[in-house]
Design a protein around this ligand. Structure first.
Ligand SMILES: *Cc1c(COP(=O)(O)O)cnc(C)c1O
Length: 384
């Protein structure tokens, strides 16, 4: 058996390691010069005024919802086809996640469904750029703003993507990224919020550090040189200098990483032109930053056997995602979310193939061959 090929993994090179080692030898391990350097580089790359880094993408989502003023009684509209964190962060603040169904082709939240669930309680609309393919952002921003809601885009899959010529990060009120090892660039764990809005920026900075400020111009009092003020209830959601050095080094490689991901996607698309399969699609006005390659089976009843076959053969396919409202915790909350039929049908048929920059051409061909073996060995498939 060949060695295990995961669906995603980091790409760490010698200069990334050297950048981290340099910080380890310096005066600052956390909240030193690397934090701001990484933030400035990130903001510039995505065309935003401010970037604030956090200890994870989840912490960044929590902070963005906090900055948007989300609280008890509010609703956050999002996609059911996402990692649980996008909805969980609403629960952290006592708000209610509301799921809007996805478009069949892109698996992104459908603006028509968003419009159906908007209410006067909607504080935030949180589109997810699924698989690296930007959601229909202009439509979502205009609907949300029309309803007095703020757009927090979960772009954890989409660093480096563009929508109608504009970079993801320059479009929504706030945009969230993750630097988990399977994402486009990594800091081990880490995340960020980018925004053009100085008020959101101030609240993000406060939230990251216990709600504490040491900035004299922001303090209500001042009792001496030791003085600082806790003005809100925040967390320790800081990202260390060690991690920011890694992030900065990785950020310089984003173009190359995205190019290699695109090459692999093109090869998969060419190989999987087959009547039994549905390949991922994107709209003509976006330039995706492919994070996942989700292949769909026309016959969903074959999915389990295909996944099992691939796993037995060392290929770590995964399913992204179980619709969030299906999880036992969500069922137990009594949130009474309505089912999303297109999300359900997508969930039954999709599987994510390995996709990451260090995947070799030989590995890509091995994945392609194994997928066809799996299809051909699925009993009854050819007769359907
Ligand atoms: C990875 C991810 C997150 C959370 O990021 P972490 O850094 O793992 O906390 C949130 N939303 C989506 C869509 C993600 O893929």
């Amino acid at each position: 058996m060949r060695s295990w090929i995961p669906y995603g993994r980091q790409t760490i090179e010698e200069d990334d390691i050297a950048a981290v080692v340099e910080v380890l030898k310096s005066d600052w391990l956390t909240t030193g010069p690397m934090v701001e350097k990484f933030e400035r580089a990130l903001a510039e790359l995505v065309g935003a005024r401010y970037a604030v880094v956090f200890s994870s993408g989840t912490a960044a989502l929590h902070a963005a919802y906090f900055a948007a003023g989300v609280g008890p009684g509010d609703e956050v509209v999002t996609s059911p086809i996402t990692f649980a964190a996008t909805a969980n962060a609403a629960l952290y603040l006592g708000a209610r996640p509301v799921f809007a169904d996805v478009q069949e082709d892109t698996v992104n939240i459908d603006p028509i469904e968003v419009e159906r669930v908007l209410s006067e309680r909607t504080k935030v609309v949180a589109p997810v750029d699924f698989a690296g393919n930007p959601a229909d952002l202009d439509a979502i921003v205009s609907l949300a703003h029309g309803a007095g809601a703020i757009v927090v885009e979960d772009a954890c899959h989409a660093l480096g993507a563009r929508y109608r010529g504009r970079p993801v990060g320059s479009i929504s009120d706030m945009t969230v990224f993750s630097f988990h090892p399977v994402k486009h660039i990594t800091t081990g764990e880490g995340g960020a919020v980018v925004t053009d809005n100085p008020e959101y920026y101030d609240r993000l900075i406060l939230f990251r550090n216990h709600g504490i400020t040491k900035n004299p111009s922001k303090m209500r009092g001042n009792e001496g040189p030791w003085y600082y003020e806790m003005q809100d209830l925040g967390y320790n959601y800081r990202l260390s200098d060690i991690q920011c050095a890694l992030g900065l080094s990785q950020l310089g490689k984003l173009d190359r990483f995205l190019k290699r991901r695109k090459e692999i996607v093109q090869r998969y698309n060419e190989a999987f032109d087959d009547s039994r399969l549905v390949r991922p699609s994107c709209r003509p006005d976006v330039e995706p930053a492919w994070h996942l390659y989700v292949l769909r089976l026309r016959d969903p009843s074959a999915r389990r056997q295909v996944v099992d076959y691939l796993h037995r053969n060392g290929i770590g396919v995964q399913v992204h995602y179980i619709p969030v409202y299906r999880h036992p915790y969500y069922r137990g909350t009594g949130l009474n979310t309505h089912a999303c039929p297109r999300a359900e049908s997508y969930y039954q048929s999709g599987l994510s193939l390995p996709l990451y920059p260090s995947l070799s051409d030989e590995q890509v061909e091995a994945v392609v061959a194994a997928v066809f073996e799996a299809l051909d060995q699925t009993p009854g498939w050819m007769n359907r």
